[in-house]
Design a protein around this ligand. Structure first.
Ligand code: MOS
Length: 768
């Protein structure tokens, strides 16, 4: 989903007035910004952390899907006779015997609008057409292979070229104007320097370490779903509609997640299938999605095709910017990859137009993947900018600096905090950019040719509504909870940091509870908005809990502060003390609680989204960054590798230096994958994603990983709320691929406009 759509999604209950305490960023503290190791690290490294498929229950049985072997058509007949007679088989579930599963229309978001087994239609290879449930995993798999499905096969289309003729403007899938100002056509026509090129990005498949899985338990009244979900609240909301149950009868648990990259934002069909089977059999059901099925049944980043037209004056003023893009979507759903996410505001230009269109293919429904829209969009825009710099004989850093703006020219509002210029300047310094010689192939290191490239990064900043609860306990510990989840980014840790920062209770005495939809509703981990969303509600809750402690201190008759005005008291360093005295003069909060015979002081917290925040109305909120890349090209053996990346990120205040650096470093490795390796290939004979495994779908290994140098400007955003943190989950990937292809051009003279860069592209240049 596009970022703007994501904002709508997180704002869907945005009526809560912003009650977040103090929206001015606080000064630095010892805890906020520190490089604190993940508090859940020991559980993960010792194997005590339970991921979805780690849950086992007495009497549990296993589901294995039967997946379509055609890409388009109708199911004529499902013959499950042989499978049903096989050992251990309990049920073959399909359209005719599945209990009603419904669509959802009352809020929340499902990945596919169509529930599993809704009818006899097949619109992509691998689609679930039935599921076998058996006593063991092996029995289920064997029986699934024995289910015979006859189809009436239709013509299908998995073509990579998206040059289809389009429906008219305004019709579904037809061209839609996403942003427009000035007169692009005439400005482009009269521009002395022009770039007009088409850029494509392939289908990419999310490949988190942990694959999707559901363990569904039905207790006769209520479902408990153990999931790998980036949004337990959304999952509960959607599955309650799909299963036709009130929300309180569906609990979703996701304590630990082996990442998601967007692929786990919304429920996929295995969840409803497992739940339906659990209810029918009255036994817990485990449904694990295997690596092959990850390529067809749980979303992907759609293919994009983008025409970029830039018009400039001879001295490098950008007079016209046009981006016309298409992305593929499925037959079931309209998924728009918002390739123009960053285009309207990244550079100053008076004339700009972005249009978007959808082209249907027989593939599963696409879903957001890290930096959806912006990441493929910036590949095109930043590649075109590099080409423009070359045409103008301008340094690509200089060109970008000269086009920087502190006003969002689309919205006509100032940015809340934009330091793209500083990102470019610091990055150039750390990278050693001034030593670059611009001629192709002019920089050598022994046998290899070095290429240096640069690109800018951007990603939106958002904050939604959130609730949290904090207990300050009489044993001196604290507990903080919220119905959010930690996809591996560090949410457990930053929540503990906020409580520690406000109370002075040491991190190791703070227990964080999340990943359960029965907790106070917290945010989806998506759009890089979770940290900015959750922390204000945690702080609201911790303030409420501390107020209770202070009230008790001032009122309990055996309290050392009995009779004092509560307004004269405060809590810091874990102690209650007079505001005009140091913390050491006071009393540990747990003693106040114990003296009053209280187990804990419990505070509930709530915070509002940017949409309801009057301060946010007048600003445009985005993160920025600059990526500097070095490639080594060895023409003798046709070997290309990314050797060095310097990434400078303007993501507002950084809450945890260690987890943040890890986010950006991981994104850069992913960017190497996007630049050089990743592409899902559909077999033109049958629509099967043929490279649906780790031998054929290449992701970077340690050996492919460059030397990585990450810097944060660490400038608090005055609008984003407590601490001034924006998000950093996605920005790190933006700009990496175009910086790589710019570096490849600098080394080889070959401009790659169709990702990924293939050795064949580079060989061809040397042959000719
Ligand atoms: Mo992100 S693509 O919203 O996980």
């Amino acid at each position: 989903m596009m970022f703007s759509e994501f904002l709508e999604f997180i704002k869907s209950n945005d009526g809560v007035p912003s009650s977040a305490p103090d929206m001015n960023p606080n000064p630095a503290s010892e805890i906020i910004g520190a490089a604190i190791p993940r508090i859940d690290g020991p559980q993960k490294t010792t194997g005590r952390a339970l991921y979805a498929s780690d849950y086992n229950f007495p009497n549990m049985v296993y589901a294995a899907p039967v997946r379509a072997t055609i890409a388009s058509g109708k199911i004529r007949r499902i013959d499950s006779g042989a499978a049903e007679k096989m050992p251990g088989v309990l049920l073959v579930l399909h359209h005719d015997n599945v209990m009603p599963l419904y669509r959802n229309a009352s809020g929340g978001r499902n990945s596919e609008s169509r529930p599993p087994f809704e009818d006899d239609t097949v619109s992509y290879w691998g689609q679930y057409v039935a599921a076998v449930i058996a006593e063991t995993f092996e029995q289920a798999q064997a029986a699934a292979a024995a289910v015979r499905v006859d189809y009436d096969t239709d013509k299908f289309n998995v073509a990579t070229s998206l040059n289809d003729s389009l429906p008219d403007e305004g019709q579904p899938g037809g061209p839609r104007v996403m942003s427009h100002r000035g007169n692009t056509e005439s400005a482009f026509a009269s521009a002395p320097v022009k770039i007009d090129e088409i850029y494509t990005t392939p289908v990419e498949t999310h490949n988190p370490m942990e694959m999707h899985a559901t363990v569904a338990v039905w207790d006769g009244k209520k479902y408990t779903l153990y999931e790998s979900s980036q949004g337990v609240m959304n999952h509960q909301n959607v599955l309650s509609q799909v299963l036709g149950e009130p929300k309180e009868n569906v609990e979703v648990i996701s304590r630990f997640i082996g990442s998601g990259f967007g692929g786990k934002l919304f429920p996929w069909p295995q969840s409803a299938i497992a739940a339906a089977a659990a209810r029918k059999l009255n036994r817990p059901v485990k449904f694990t999605v295997n690596r092959k099925a990850m390529f067809s049944n749980v979303g992907h980043r759609p293919r994009t095709q983008q025409r970029l037209r830039l018009g400039a004056t001879a001295d490098g003023k950008l007079v016209s910017l046009q981006q016309d893009y298409r992305n593929h979507t499925s037959y079931g759903d309209d998924f728009r990859e918002n390739c123009g996410e960053a285009t309207p505001f990244l550079y100053s230009t008076a004339n700009l137009k972005v249009t978007s269109a959808l082209v249907r293919r027989n593939v599963g429904t696409p879903t957001p993947m890290r930096g959806p829209g912006a990441v493929p969009g910036l590949f095109a825009l930043e590649s075109a900018m590099d080409e423009l710099a070359i045409k103008l004989k301008k340094d690509p850093v200089e060109l970008r600096l000269s086009l920087d703006t502190l006003t969002d020219e689309e919205k006509n509002k100032p940015f809340s905090s934009r330091h793209l210029k500083e990102c470019l300047q610091l990055g150039a310094e750390k990278f050693g950019w001034s030593r670059r010689t611009p001629e192709v192939g002019s920089m050598r290191k022994g046998d290899v040719i070095l290429g240096w490239g640069v690109a800018c990064a951007s990603w939106g900043a958002g904050r939604g509504v959130s609730e949290a609860a904090v207990s300050l306990r009489s044993d001196g510990t604290a507990r903080v909870s919220s119905g959010t989840q930690d996809i591996g980014t560090g949410t457990y840790t930053v929540m503990a940091q906020a409580v520690s920062d406000k109370t002075g209770i040491p991190i190791e005495s703070i227990r964080v509870v999340l990943g359960d939809s029965s907790l106070p509703p917290g945010p989806t981990s998506g759009g890089s908005t979770a940290t900015a969303t959750i922390l204000p509600s945690v702080i609201d809750a911790v303030n409420a809990a501390m107020r209770i402690v202070l009230n008790v201190a001032a009122s309990a008759k055996n309290s050392p502060f009995a009779g004092k005005d509560v307004a004269s008291l405060t809590m810091s360093g874990g102690r209650v003390h007079l505001k005009d005295q140091p913390p050491q003069s006071g009393v540990p909060f747990q003693e106040i609680l114990r003296q009053a015979n209280l187990a804990s002081a419990n505070g509930d917290g709530k915070s509002g989204g940017l949409g309801a925040d009057p301060k946010a109305r007048d600003f445009s909120m985005h993160s920025f960054g600059a990526q500097f890349v070095e490639v080594e090209w060895d023409p003798g053996i046709a070997k290309l590798r990314v050797s060095r990346v310097v990434s400078v990120i303007d993501g507002g205040r950084i809450i945890n230096k260690r987890t943040a650096t890890n986010q950006i470093a991981g994104a850069i490795v992913m960017g190497v994958g996007m630049g050089l390796f990743e592409q899902t290939i559909y077999d033109p004979r049958n629509g099967h994603p043929i490279n649906d495994n780790f031998a054929d779908y290449i992701v970077p290994t340690v050996a492919d990983s460059p030397e990585i140098d990450v810097h944060f400007l660490d400038i608090p955003d005055p609008i984003m709320g407590e601490y001034g943190a924006r998000g950093i989950g996605e920005i790190g990937l933006a700009g990496v691929a175009p910086a790589i292809t710019a570096a490849v051009y600098h080394a080889t003279g070959v401009r790659v406009r169709d990702l990924p860069v293939r050795i064949e592209d580079l060989l061809a240049a040397h042959i000719s």
